[in-house]
Structures are given as C-alpha cells and as structure tokens.
Design a protein around this ligand. Structure first.
Ligand code: MLT
Ligand code: ZN
Length: 436
C-alpha cells in the first residue's frame, strides 16, 4: 500500500479489498450516465458493519472524503467522487446478508449490498413481494435505494422506498453505529432516525442494513395493458379512471420517439396494430376499462418497451437527463411549454414517465453538454412554476444542488444544513451532494 491511510484501510478490510489500480477503480468513479467521472483515491470493500465503522473512524480522523456506493446505478452524480484521487469510494456490495422473512410481521432484514432482484426473489420464495421495482433491479442495492428513497414502477399502487422502510442500521461520519432493525409496528421513541437516513443520499451516514416491509403476493399475476393514444391528455384521463377502480399498481407513459428508439435499439417489434403519439402502460389486478375501439395489447411482455427506455436512450450518446414531478393534471400543458423553451425548441426531447406519480424523465441526446446548466435552469424553473418538484426519484446528487431552492425554502435548506453539520461536522460524507 502506497500511503499510511491505504495501509490502515487494508488492515481493516484486507489488502485485496482496497482497490487502487485506476483501470479497476475508474468504473466505480463513473456515474451510470457517464456524465460524471473521477478517479477514486481507492475503492474500499468492507464486509460488515464493524468494518464500515472502522473505515469511517479512520477517514474521519484523516479528513478523507467518503463516497458510499451500492450498484452504481445513480443518475445524478450522487454515488461517485468529484475530483480525482480525493475521495475513497466505500463499496457496499459485500454486505449482502439476507435474514429469513419474518412472516408474523411481513418484514425482512437485509444488508445494504443486497440487490433489488435478490430481495425480490427472497420475498417471493416466502410468498411475499417487495413493493418497489425498477429497471436497474439486477444492480441497484438496498442501501442505495434507501439512501435515495428510490421510487420506480409501482409507487402509484404500492408506495416508494420510504413507505417500505421500517428501520435502518447506519454508521455516522465518526464511526458511531445507530441501529433500529427490530420488527416493531409501533415505536415512538423520539425522532425517526431511520427515515432521516432514508433519502439522505449518503450525506448523513452510511446505511449498512434495513428492515423492509413486504406485501402479499397477488393471487393472480397482474394484467399488463399497453394502450395507443392520440395525446398526453388522454393518458392522464385514463390514469384517473384506472385509479378510481382502486386496483392500479403501475401507470407508465412512453412517447412515440421513445417507442421508436427502444424498438430500434432492442430489436423489438411494433407492439400494437398502429403507431401512436403516446403509449400508456397500465398494470391492474383485473382488465382495465378502456374506450371502444382502442388499439391495445394485454401482455406482460409490454413492460419491456418501458423498462428499456433508459438503456435505449443511452445508446444515442451521453444524455442530458432530468427527473421531475408535477401535479399529474398539469403535465400536458407543462410538456407543451417545455417544448417552447429556448434550448428545447426544435429538438427531440425523449420523455418517459411514471405517469401515475406525475414523474417525468426528460432526456435530450443531441447535446454537447450533458450537464447543461442553461437547460437545467430553463426546465427546472418551469417545473417550479407549475408547482412541481425538481427532484422526483433520482435524488438531488450533485446535478441539482444549485436548483434546490426551487423546491425547498431557505428555512428548509438551512435546517437541512444544520442537521448535516451536526452529524458530519467535518463534511467528509459525500461532499458536494444534495446541499448547495
Ligand atoms: C426509469 O424510470 O426508467 C429510470 O428512472 C431511469 C431513467 O429515468 O432513465
Ligand atoms: Zn424512473
């Protein structure tokens, strides 16, 4: 090991779990989007909460910045270092323990490094389901999903990650361990620190484990319906009527440009009889009520057209991406106005959406600068004018710290900073992320 710090880290986790070769560490330093990339000082791979605590104690004493990383599927630069050879990446994938499902409380305790697919398979083998699902399921980890309060495909029916978190174990900046993993439905002993850690994006502590709620497996698989529509207004109306029936678990939107690119890149056939400006995917317990003569297909394979949007768009270049939330009824007008902004006019804007949540993913690919602040400012100011949130499910990361004031008051931001300064007084945890 070439420095006393790295030698001490190797004493904690084992030399083979301190990675320093830039050819190896570069992928840990590069965001999924490829828009943010730096070389880590080292990648540390602890295997237990005690090792994470020892790593943090050491980094705290040395003033070394720590970036916590799970599956590295983040899209806002929140899970990678910024600045070459300044931060250690603490990779959590070896904390992958999975306890038996607690049937009496319908919960399970899992390590931060367990992937969403592993958690889903584990829950399902016990006859339950983990409610959150998203396309990056094979790589995204529980720790990362809790740290970002991940949303995904079923929030409209089953809630986001926050709704599933019963408790969290985390290590604070100085190595202190806080643990609340008991399966207690009622536990009002003061501030809910587990929920404080949820959505804190690695800035308040390192999440090492979580106790998560499970839901009952549906008796029959849900009905998946892809519907071709003339406009976004029709899609919003159909979501409203599907919600009224009370059995909606997902409502996703793809536009024509997204359908074209996913078909071309992934080699998929045209899913409906005709092409349409807008496609709505509904997942419901029973067949949805649809207008007469609508062009639709009922088939679980229709998910692929939505699931693979991000992957397909990323093949066109490093995209400029924004993830925002709007009141769902404002979305048609918002999209019309967004297309008229100085920097979007005349350009192909790929929008796919968790429409049921009002959550739009906005992607521009014919762009030189994937982190264009001009575009950020134009689109996010419009989002704020429509009463929306500038950060829906991907987090603030480094991408949106500058724009946090559009969604949070100065009093709220000052309160967040006070919490951050108390828990991480030397600012070693994920510097530059979340707070301006
Ligand atoms: C999705 O919904 O497909 C993901 O959030 C990824 C993305 O927005 O690109
Ligand atoms: Zn999404």
């Amino acid at each position: 090991m070439s420095s006393p710090l790295l030698a001490d880290l190797a004493d904690i986790v084992g030399a083979e779990h301190v990675l320093t070769d830039p050819d190896v560490t570069q992928s840990f330093g590069t965001d999924w989007t490829r828009a943010w990339s730096s070389t880590p000082l080292a990648v540390i791979r602890p295997a237990s909460t005690a090792e994470v605590a020892a790593v943090l104690r050491l980094c705290h004493a040395n003033g070394t910045p720590v970036v916590t990383q799970g599956g590295n599927t983040g899209l806002v630069g929140g899970g990678v270092p910024h600045g070459d050879r300044t931060s250690v990446v603490v990779s959590m994938t070896r904390l992958n323990s999975v306890a038996a499902v607690d049937r009496a409380t319908q919960t399970v305790e899992v390590g931060a490094g367990v992937t969403l697919s592993q958690l889903q398979a584990h829950a399902s083998s016990a006859g339950f389901r983990y409610a959150v699902d998203l396309a990056a399921r094979d790589s995204a980890t529980v720790g990362g999903m809790v740290a970002t309060n991940a949303g995904g495909l079923r929030v409209v029916g089953l809630g986001d990650t926050r709704a599933q978190v019963m408790g969290v174990e985390a290590v604070l900046a100085d190595g202190t361990i806080i643990r609340r993993l008991e399966p207690l439905a009622k536990d009002n002993g003061g501030y809910n620190l587990s929920q404080l850690m949820t959505g804190s994006e690695g800035t308040l502590g390192v999440i090492t484990a979580a106790r998560l709620r499970l839901v009952r497996q549906p008796a029959e698989p849900e009905v998946v319906t892809l519907i071709g529509l003339p406009d976004v207004e029709s899609a919003v109306d159909l979501v409203a009527s599907a919600r009224q029936r009370g059995d909606l678990t997902a409502a996703e939107m793809i536009r024509a440009e997204g359908m074209a690119v996913v078909r071309a890149v992934c080699g998929l056939t045209q899913p409906l009889a005709n092409e349409h400006p807008v496609y709505l995917l509904l997942e419901t317990a029973t067949l949805p009520d649809l207008p007469n003569d609508v062009d639709a297909a009922v088939d679980p394979r229709m998910w692929e057209y939505r699931d693979r949007q991000a992957e397909a768009v990323a093949t066109l270049g490093i995209p400029f991406k924004l993830d925002v939330c709007l009141p769902i009824t404002a979305i048609p007008e918002f999209l019309k106005e967004m297309d008229q902004l100085p920097d979007t006019q005349g350009r192909e804007v790929h929008v796919y959406a968790h429409l049921g949540d009002g959550n739009l993913h906005i992607n521009l690919v014919d762009i030189d600068e994937p982190t264009s602040e001009r575009l950020d400012e134009q689109v996010l100011t419009l989002v704020a004018q429509f009463g929306g949130s500038i950060a829906a499910e991907h987090g603030v990361g480094v991408h949106k710290t500058k724009w946090l004031h559009l969604s949070r008051s100065s009093a709220e931001i000052a309160t967040m900073k006070a919490i951050k300064n108390t828990l991480d007084p030397t600012g070693i945890l994920n510097p530059g992320v979340l707070l301006p």
